[in-house]
Design a protein around this ligand. Sequence first.
Ligand SMILES: [Zn+2]
Length: 337
Amino acid sequence: MTDLKFEVTGAEGPKQFFSRLTKETIAHGYLFTGTAGVGKKTFARRLAQSLLCEAPHAGGVLGYDGTCTSCKLIGKEETRHPDLLESIGPLKIGETDEALGFHEAEAITSRDLVRQLSLQSYSGGFRVFILGDVDFASPAAANALLKFFEEPPANVVLLVTSSTPARLLSTIRSRLIEIRFPTLSSAQVEDILRERGFEEKDAKLGAALSQGSVTRALAALAEDEEQLRAQVADWFFHVVGGATPEGTWATRETLDEGLEILKTLLRDWVALTSAGKDARLLALDYGKELTKLPAIDSQTAIGAFAKITEAQRLARTNVSPALVADYVRMALTGTAA
Ligand SMILES: [Zn+2]
């Protein structure tokens, strides 16, 4: 028999809970609660995949082979499986005009949902509905869903996730079995960030600031990047104007990215010089400051660009970050003065 897997980090309690259930004993509706970014939607997707997987399940309901026809239709982030519908965000009342495919609807409405709930399964097995971060746009939308619970069709499973379950109508909440998701350990957040392609140092930093939530880790990392951008830009405008910059942004960790930001600023400056107001800028947030700079002549710009590229090469050697930044500073000094 094929080995089944269930690739979800953390969520030990929910894993234990569902591993005790079988396809025969699973209920019609579950509500996953817990802080945003602890893996509720990921768990819901992998649970859906488990229910739809065609491989024989000897033990509990959790697990999939990842290779059957069903599994191949369910990706990490999106699904093309006709028996899995996923809707994230507010559920509106009303009907869409287009006859959208089951899984293609962008903003499904309550009525769509109720209609879909009544349809037969395509593959002869389960139909699974994931309503992620659900928010009922109107009480009428919620009431439409209540009809489902009055006479739930066989083999339909509804998985609702919410970090603010108190906002759900009590009539709906009371019909769902609530499963609480714990926050992740920082080692688990680190693993998830690494899986998502973050570099070692960012995975570690994000995990340290995460308080057990991947969402918080991502926000903290974005903020970190924003801070570096602001520091580098401030330094840049001082230097090109011929002033002495205060402090330095350059460390072993920030050097590579900082030089990339400098290139963007220089590139935008050149674009503004040649195209004026019609220039398409990469660093839109610094457009105003860049417009205030005098024109840069193309020879100066080319020279400065070459120096930053050389600095990027130096950054990968043992040369100290402060020296690399100083090298760039000299290349840029007074270019606008
Ligand atoms: Zn499968």
